[in-house]
Structures are given as structure tokens and as C-alpha cells.
Write a protein that binds this ligand. Structure first.
Ligand code: NAD
Length: 371
């Protein structure tokens, strides 16, 4: 089985879909792995770090015979043009933003698996790249908050008096939010968390944080949140505003699958914040959780900094690549068996993750939207 690892070409993307330890395991499964020379460099992985990879110098050489193609970001149209019809692609695809690309994969008869579609069931946890990458992003959000602030996080007793610990509020307690809470607490902050799924109360408390209870229950499908009604939003604002305004750092991570990020912090709420406070908006990809957020930028609104970074996992490329490549390996092990590709469509993980196969868009909802 010929496996090709794409060179990531999107701006700011430092991750790579293959790390040496995963290449070793895949070669034991009967795969010959090829990469473009230098593809791992941005993740601190020079060609010499890999012992079971064949390095080539052109995309044509890389892709002409590839049976399986691995990537982090969706491939470019020119990369898709080089794929062998019938090849298997595994990467993030983000079909809701990449309709043309999805149609192209379909027309080219590529069997594509979209990593964002891995179902959130126990058996698929080791393949869940949204979670592995979100955990790193949550950790980094707390560090970004700490370094943007002109204050320290822990309590400190000095000869000239004591410094009180900073307060960190995390809004949205999914995978990223819980990691952000844990990290801010380890740095010495007093932590508070808030979410619209009541089960997050216990999770926040187990990390030493206080849960801000708004009394709203907006549990949606598959463990995710649903969109809120105006009444619910008003009820939440009446409780949460005070906590936003007492915080030194507010980290927001709220997302609703397939929808723009909900606005959790209004301009008026920002204006009432403590001088020098910082907002780290991890939902920038979906437009941001704060009304002032400008995706990809840090802005100052009076004395408040609003940081809305894009592609945070790429800022930790080394570990992000390691976890992502392991997620891929676990998915590949479902169908690379005894040196052969055996796709079993009865397998729930494969059936739910597949986006295009044999010239068809597989998820019914996506097909209806795109054809
Ligand atoms: P996400 O990235 O979709 O959203 C982040 C958080 O924002 C969620 O906790 C959500 O409830 C919250 N949110 C949405 N709207 C909000 C609002 N208006 N106000 C406040 N918070 C709001 O979430 P995620 O990290 O992908 O995790 C979602 C759920 O899926 C969690 O319960 C997680 O434990 C679960 N999960 C399960 C598996 C698995 O079983 N394999 C894997 C990953 C995640």
C-alpha cells in the first residue's frame, strides 16, 4: 500500500500529518510511506528524523501512485488534480466551508474521510482529532491569556506586600475549555467556568473551578449544545455579566456544530470589564464569541485586549502533529489489514466519517446541500 503525506500549504499551517513513530507503525502494517522533502520541518521534524519514509522532491512523484493520502488541512485543487482516481484521502475537509472542494473530490472519485466527522463515541475517541487538537488549543489559550496580561496569575507574598491571584473565567467547557481551566488553575489563577450543558458543572468543579450556574439547559444532539432562544440569552447575561466584569482573563471556546460561533460577550459587557483585562477568543474560526473579536487579530478596546487567534493547534505544531498522526493511525488501522485495504462500511466510524466515495457525496444532509 502506497501512502503519501501531503505537504501542508495553507498559510500559518505548521503541522504535518506524519511523525516518525507513526511512520514506523504504518510500515509494519505493510505501508510504503512517501513525503515531500522538508514536509515535517515546521513541526521540528527534519527528513533525518524519519527512518521509514521515502522522501521525494515533487508533488507529481508523491501522488501518482498513492493509494492513501494523509493531510491535516483540506488539500488544494492542484493537489487533488494529481490524485489517482479511487485513492483514499484522510484530512480535515470542513465541507460546510469547502463545497467546491467536496464536489471536486467526488468528481475525481476519491474516497475521502473528513476528520471533523469522526463520531463522538467511546470507540472513536482515539481517532478524534477535533478533541486532540482542542485540548492543546485550550492549554495554549491559558498561556496566551497569562502573557497578554500585565499582571501575574498566582498569589505572591513579597516584602512589599501580597499580590492577589488573578481571576480567569472560561466560557464554553468542552474539550478546549476544560483544558484552559486546568491550565489557568495550575498557573495559580482563581478559576470559574460556565457552559449551557449542565453536566459540565461537575467537570469544572473536578478541576478546582467554580461553576457559574445560569439555570439554562441547552443540551443538543450528540453531547453538543444547541442554539439559545432570546429569553435564555437574557437570563444568562443577567448572571454572567458580573463574572465577566470581575475577571482578569476571559477565555471563550463556545461552538455549535455547523453554525457561526454564538456571541457570548457583547460590546457593552466588554466596556464594563476591569481595566487591563484580556479576552482570549478560541472561537475565532467560526467568527468569534465576542462582538469585538477580529479573527486572526489582537485588538485593543480601551484598556481591554481582545485576542482572537486562528489555528491555535498549529502554534504547538510538534505535539499537535504527534497527536494528529496518532489519530490517523488509529483510523487507518480500521481498514489497513494484513497489507491490504479492506473498507467495511458496517463499521460505524468509517460509515460516519466518509464524505465522498465512488463518485457520491455520502452524508445525506451534505449531499442535499451540495447537489
Ligand atoms: P464544542 O467545541 O462544540 O463547543 C465548546 C463548548 O461550548 C461546548 O461545551 C458547548 O456546550 C459550549 N457552548 C455552546 N454554546 C454555548 C453558549 N451559548 N454558552 C456557553 N457555552 C456554550 O465542544 P467539544 O469540545 O467538541 O465538546 C462537546 C461535547 O462532546 C462534550 O460533552 C465532550 O465531552 C463531548 N465529546 C465526546 C467525545 C467522545 O465521546 N468521543 C469526544 C469529544 C468530545
Amino acid at each position: 500500500i502506497q501512502v503519501a503525506v501531503l505537504q501542508e500549504s495553507r498559510p500559518q499551517e505548521k503541522r504535518v500529518a506524519m511523525v516518525p513513530a507513526v511512520a514506523d507503525k504504518l510500515s509494519k502494517l505493510g505501508c510504503n510511506i512517501s513525503m515531500l522533502s522538508g514536509a515535517g520541518l515546521a513541526s521540528k521534524l527534519p527528513d533525518s528524523a524519519y527512518s521509514n519514509v521515502n522522501f521525494v522532491t515533487s508533488a507529481e512523484q508523491l501522488l501518482a501512485d498513492a493509494d492513501i493520502v494523509l493531510a491535516v488541512q483540506p488539500p488544494t485543487t492542484s493537489q487533488i488534480a494529481l490524485l489517482k482516481p479511487g485513492a483514499i484521502l484522510i484530512s480535515f475537509v470542513y465541507q460546510h466551508k469547502e463545497a467546491d472542494l467536496t464536489r471536486l473530490l467526488c468528481d475525481k472519485n476519491i474516497t475521502s474521510f473528513a476528520m471533523e466527522q469522526v463520531p463522538r463515541i467511546s470507540r472513536a475517541q482515539a481517532m478524534d482529532a477535533l478533541s486532540s487538537q482542542a485540548a492543546l488549543a485550550g492549554y495554549y489559550a491559558a498561556l496566551l491569556g497569562a502573557t497578554q496580561l500585565a499582571r501575574i496569575l498566582p498569589m505572591m507574598t513579597t516584602a512589599v506586600g501580597s499580590i492577589r491571584p488573578a481571576r480567569c473565567l472560561v466560557m464554553g467547557l468542552g474539550v478546549a475549555g476544560l483544558q484552559a481551566l486546568a491550565t489557568a488553575r495550575r498557573l495559580g489563577a482563581i478559576t470559574e467556568g460556565y457552559d449551557v450543558r449542565p453536566e459540565t458543572k461537575e467537570q469544572a468543579e473536578s478541576l478546582g473551578a467554580k461553576f457559574v450556574d445560569t439555570g439554562v439547559d441547552a443540551r443538543g444532539e450528540g453531547g453538543y449544545a444547541r442554539e439559545l432562544t432570546q429569553d435564555e440569552k437574557d437570563k444568562i447575561a443577567s448572571v454572567v455579566t458580573q463574572h465577566i466584569q470581575q475577571a482578569d482573563i476571559v477565555i471563550t471556546t463556545a461552538a455549535i456544530p455547523g453554525r457561526p460561533s454564538p456571541k457570548l460577550i457583547s460590546k457593552a459587557q466588554v466596556e464594563g470589564m476591569k481595566l487591563g483585562a484580556v479576552i482570549i477568543d478560541l472561537a475565532a474560526e467560526g467568527g468569534g464569541n465576542c462582538e469585538y473579536s477580529v479573527p486572526g487579530e489582537t485588538i485593543q478596546q480601551g484598556q481591554i485586549s481582545i485576542v482572537a487567534p486562528l489555528n491555535v493547534p498549529s502554534m504547538l505544531a510538534e505535539h499537535a502533529s504527534e497527536l494528529y498522526a496518532k489519530n490517523l493511525l488509529n483510523l487507518l488501522q480500521l481498514f489497513v489489514i494484513d497489507g491490504e485495504i479492506k473498507l467495511d462500511w458496517q463499521d460505524e466510524v468509517l460509515a460516519k466519517t466518509v464524505l465522498t466515495h465512488q463518485g457520491e457525496i455520502k452524508p445525506a444532509a451534505v449531499k442535499a446541500a451540495l447537489t
